[in-house]
Write a protein that binds this ligand. Structure first.
Ligand SMILES: Cc1cc2nc3c(=O)[nH]c(=O)nc-3n(C[C@H](O)[C@H](O)[C@H](O)COP(=O)(O)OP(=O)(O)OC[C@H]3O[C@@H](n4cnc5c(N)ncnc54)[C@H](O)[C@@H]3O)c2cc1C
Length: 442
């Protein structure tokens, strides 16, 4: 089979090859692609893209394979799996610029940067791909201090639909650089990212738990506090987790304080401890690379459906009231609320294609189960969504299982979409890269 793709030196896995089943799956979804293509070099990516274009087969591009919408596999098409392009190198020691391969995971990045006392604000899970997370946002443990993962990008190397290798940066193909920071995989395959990393050693990290009965009070008080909390403090409030007791599950505020000064950390975190009855508190000084967790992988046949939205300041009380009420009643989805704001909101709205910089919170509702269970929860889920909609904005593409036109419109408001569609026309006029929240060429 390899001989079929001219100039290709990587691996090609077809249905008759050993390892096909594993190669077809992403972390969250099964698939039956015609071939999984694993490039070993940028030239291989070029050859693979040219082959995909010539064959006319649907194309999925896979970084870390964590897309909730199963964008990293398909049925009957081609999958280009970038796991072989995972090199990580500090290329400018003074400016802390790090070059990361398009198929690397955040765990690999954190481990590689630890000896350099550097880190990039990313996400919370080791196995999540650098590419997927960065291309539409990237909310990690330093998000309020340094912004989204995409805000730390200084350049990207992209293989376009024509098979050309293009560099994009603030002063080079600037419109592509704008689009790629929020526009997902719509414009080509990113074979390398250059990030400005941040000096990091240990950070204060852990969970503070409050009883479920206090959610209605603690949750809004936490959101109020986060509005003016030191930018080094970031948190995720989650509850109604069936694995922790469903509606009786405690409210978990997972937090990170970016720094190793115990006094400053206590000043930042103590106001959270004072919000209610602390059931448990394991916040300790932890090496940044150890803060990232191994994501739980659902067994085959178990689906994970997630939907997300942003909340602006004025809507915080009502949105949180509905979420608190839902979380403490039977049949609630898992609710996770991330504090954003801080550095994210300080960057100009039109600096990148990420559209919801002014939001204070982003929340995701997740249902886990076999397809019939998921189907049975849909009506109640929609009813809840209809109640929340007047108090929310848009959607965060990284926590969004559906990819209908309405979902795409939620991710990209009209003005952003229009500008993205013009860039799409230039770099992917035939919409070869369509396995994403798809922007159609203008
Ligand atoms: C367990 C878990 C934890 C998570 N934690 C966080 C978190 O803390 N913060 C956060 O912001 N998000 C988080 N996410 C969401 C995550 O950011 C998205 O699922 C993201 O899409 C995953 O990227 P990936 O590369 O692993 O996925 P993939 O499925 O491989 O790719 C996702 C999308 O990116 C495209 N793509 C992948 N690689 C490339 C490339 N090299 N060039 C161009 N396009 C490419 C794909 O075609 C697809 O459209 C989490 C998800 C999971 C499942």
């Amino acid at each position: 089979m390899s001989a079929v793709i001219e100039g290709f030196g990587g691996e090609i896995v077809g249905p008759d090859d050993p390892g096909y089943d594993a190669a077809s799956r992403t972390v969250l979804a099964g698939g039956t692609p015609a071939y999984v293509i694993r490039p070993a070099s940028v030239e291989d990516v070029q050859a693979a893209v040219r082959y995909a274009t010539a064959s006319g087969l649907p194309l999925a591009v896979r970084g870390g394979g964590h897309s909730f919408a199963a964008f990293g596999t398909n049925d009957g098409g081609l999958v280009i799996d970038l796991a072989g392009l995972a090199g990580i190198e500090v290329i400018d020691k003074d400016k802390h610029v790090v070059r990361v391969g398009g198929g690397a995971t955040w765990g690999q990045v954190a481990t590689a940067l630890q000896p350099h006392n550097l880190a990039i604000s990313s996400g919370d899970t080791k196995s999540v791909g650098v590419a997927g997370l960065t291309l539409t946002g990237g909310m990690g443990w330093k998000v309020r201090k340094y912004g989204l993962a995409l805000d730390q990008l200084v350049a990207v190397q992209v293989v376009t639909a024509a098979g050309a290798v293009v560099r994009a940066a603030a002063d080079e193909n600037a419109e592509l650089f704008w689009a790629i920071r929020g526009g997902g995989g719509n414009f080509g395959i990113v074979t390398a990212f250059e990030f400005a990393a941040h000096p990091t050693t240990d950070i204060f990290f852990g969970k503070i738990l409050f009883p479920a009965t206090e959610i209605a009070d603690v949750l809004p008080a936490w959101a109020d506090y986060m509005r003016t909390a030191p930018a080094g403090l970031t948190g995720i409030a989650s509850f109604a987790n069936p694995f922790l007791g469903g509606p009786q599950a405690p409210l978990q505020i997972e937090l990170a304080y970016d720094g190793d000064d115990a006094e400053l950390a206590a000043q930042a975190i103590d106001p959270i401890r004072a919000l209610g009855t602390v059931l448990a508190d394991d916040v300790t000084l932890t090496p940044y690379a150890e803060v990232l967790v191994d994501g739980a992988i659902p067994p085959p046949g178990i689906q994970l459906v997630t939907r997300s939205a942003f909340v602006d300041k004025d809507s915080v009380p009502e949105a949180l009231r509905i979420l608190a009420e839902t979380g403490t009643s039977q049949g609630s989805p898992i609710i996770a609320i991330r504090s954003v704001g801080g550095a994210v909101a300080e960057i100009a709205d039109d600096a990148t294609a990420y559209a919801y910089r002014q939001a204070e919170l982003m929340f995701a509702l997740t249902v886990i189960g076999p397809p019939p269970v998921i189907a049975a929860t849909r009506p109640a889920g929609q009813e809840l969504w209809d109640r929340l909609t007047p108090h929310t904005n848009g959607a965060y593409a990284n926590f969004l299982s559906d990819a209908e036109d309405a979902d795409v419109a939620a991710v990209y408001p009209a003005k952003t979409y229009e500008r993205l569609a013009a860039v799409k026309r230039e770099y992917d006029p035939e919409n070869v890269f369509a396995s994403n929240h798809n922007v159609r060429p203008a």
